[in-house]
Design a protein around this ligand. Structure first.
Ligand SMILES: Nc1ncnc2c1ncn2[C@@H]1O[C@H](COP(=O)(O)OP(=O)(O)O)[C@@H](O)[C@H]1O
Ligand SMILES: [Mg+2]
Length: 229
């Protein structure tokens, strides 16, 4: 069995606004292996978020294929794509994207509650376990508005990992935090990767985070500056 968790082949993406069409991704391929940490760096506007959304099955490429755990996103219905993501992928955004009216515990429990076989008691235990692991066992019933930026990002991490995904994707997870808090989240990310034996694909401006990756890819003009695939 192949140990490739995520593979993208010759991805292209253009956006059309009626008149003009901009080509954000020209030709990108990537492989992420089991347990591997890949970082993507590049100037603002170079298309990193666009690429991550495509790799995470949140958007489809104009051309090319993405395979998560060996399954092609473009061969699946939207519901099937959602299922494949829920089973294999944890996603962390720069701005946490937590649901404001729900508590930390409810936010973290959400990806498991969406499963058809969800058992509320077990889900609650698993969510509590993850929140405890990210150092927030004393904040279970707080809503996002009652938490600090660093705490919100910890909740977002717990939510991404509650399903024990094979791969965690993060779009500038420390980009909106002060230096000290960013450093703490960085350490936590590295620890969790080891503990959960998962792969990580992280877009970051944080040099320390990027440098500590097994593979660092620089995005430039919609391509890798130094093709590695
Ligand atoms: N939905 C969209 N429609 C039109 N243009 C978009 C859309 N999403 C992103 N873009 C454009 O694609 C380029 C890359 O954006 P993005 O992927 O957010 O870059 P990065 O994350 O590297 O800062 C930008 O020029 C942006 O304006
Ligand atoms: Mg971005």
């Amino acid at each position: 069995m192949s140990n490739v968790v995520l593979e993208a082949r010759n991805i292209q993406k253009q956006f059309n606004d009626g008149k003009a069409s901009i080509e954000v991704i020209k030709d990108l391929s990537i492989k992420v292996h089991a347990g591997e940490f890949v970082s993507i760096v590049g100037a603002s506007g170079s298309g990193k978020s666009t690429l991550l959304h495509i790799l995470g099955g949140l958007d489809l490429p104009s051309k090319g294929q993405v395979l998560l755990n060996g399954e092609r996103f473009d061969h699946l219905s939207e519901a099937e794509r959602g299922y494949l993501r829920n089973q294999n992928l944890g996603f962390v955004y720069q701005f946490h994207h937590l649901l404001p009216e729900f508590t930390a515990l409810e936010n973290v429990a959400m990806p498991l509650m969406l499963r058809s076989d969800a058992n509320y008691k077990q889900v609650k235990l698993q969510a509590e376990k993850l929140l405890d692991r990210v150092g927030l066992s004393h904040r279970l019933t707080h809503t996002p508005g009652e938490l600090s930026g660093g705490e919100r990002q910890r909740v977002a991490l717990a939510r991404a990992l509650v399903t024990q995904p094979k791969l965690m994707m993060a779009d500038e997870p420390t980009g909106n935090l002060d230096r000290k808090t960013a450093q703490q989240i960085f350490v936590l990310l590295k620890e969790l990767q080891q503990e959960l034996k998962m792969s990580m694909l992280i877009v970051t401006h944080d040099e320390q985070l990027a440098r500590s990756a097994d593979q660092t890819l620089l995005m430039q003009d919609g391509m890798w500056a130094d093709p590695k695939v």
